[in-house]
Unconditional design. Structure first.
Length: 146
């Protein structure tokens, strides 16, 4: 399941909804990303390419489900203006066993960071700048290439 939204999310409620009625799930791994204040950031603006973003997230989710025996996955990514401490992203992978859930959650987040068309602009007081892609994110994604 994939959602791109401006609204905040509740991690516990999202996990409960995803796992409800699925007694075969034995492991749930979540990753949540927050806006952090690194150097006086007052806010962050997240933009995306509607339609294309959801299509790419679906492709990433499909690939994770092909690689591991997952019973459920969830990606929630926020867009719009956010403040330090706000939720940005939630990735959930659920499986019968923990190894698949851990690996899939890591894969989903690594690919989301490098493949999904999101753009971030950080604001510090009266200045703003676009956040560049990081080489470390590309290196993390490279480990999953088959």
């Amino acid at each position: 399941m994939i959602r791109v939204q401006t609204e905040d999310f509740d991690i516990g409620a999202e996990v409960a909804a995803l796992t409800k009625g699925r007694p075969g799930i034995g492991a749930v791994v979540t990753f949540s990303g927050l806006v952090r204040d690194t150097g006086g950031i007052s806010s962050m603006e997240l933009e995306h390419y509607p339609g294309m973003t959801e299509k790419e997230l679906a492709r990433i989710e499909t690939e994770a489900n092909a690689r591991w025996p997952l019973q459920a996955t969830l990606i929630v990514h926020r867009v719009g203006k956010l403040s330090p401490g706000d939720n940005i992203v939630l990735v959930v992978a659920a499986s019968s066993h923990r190894d698949a859930a851990f690996q899939a959650a890591s894969f989903l987040m690594d690919y989301l960071k490098t493949r999904a068309p999101f753009w971030k602009r950080e604001e510090t007081g009266d200045k703003s700048h676009w956040v560049d892609a990081r080489e470390s994110d590309d290196e993390a994604t490279a480990k999953w290439k088959t």
